[in-house]
Design a protein around this ligand. Sequence first.
Ligand SMILES: [Mg+2]
Length: 219
Amino acid sequence: MVNWAEIDNVLLDMDGTLLDLSFDNYFWLEFLPHKIAAHKDIAIEEAQKTVRSLSDSTYGSLRWYCLDHWSEQLSMDVEALKKEVRHRIAMRPHCAEFLAFLKTLEKRVVLVTNAHPKALAIKVAASNLHLHLEQMISSHEFELAKENDGFWEALQEREQLDLSRSLFVDDSLAVLECAHRSGIGHLIQVLHPDSGTHPSDPSHFQGIEHLDELMTWQN
Ligand SMILES: [Mg+2]
């Protein structure tokens, strides 16, 4: 258990932390392959293979998150395709309640996402997340993904954040490992990022299923 008095900044991941990852999994694993299959007149299995191999070739780098890169590789407007299914974008359970709680604590609440600025704009418009956040930062502004060494130091330098007095919540183990190496004081892993699947197994980071668990911390 952490005492909220030890925390000035709350850094929050978007997909899988504030928003339900079921949107992203549906988009990349079902909707996009179907659109590719129809567009290129190929079998769905082949389209899925195309997405997988493009994903494997850039996994862990900023390109993996870059909508322009995907649009270019597929010769399709991936941003427009995301907009087609934006009605599926939803907050995770207790998200609004947790963000309102942070406001009462008067913490600096910053979204730190790997989402491409175009994807971020679609998510924010669909969820009104911006109403609850002081600032929204896409890692594309730093040309590094959150799991790349150097990202957190660059963020710290630009934003003048005391990382040791920061809490960071994310669902990605690779991202949390990198944040840990960079000296972020308090790290929490979301273990149930996609409401349509089972929770993941706990890691060596403190894990939560839902954000309301953080509201029981001492103030
Ligand atoms: Mg995430």
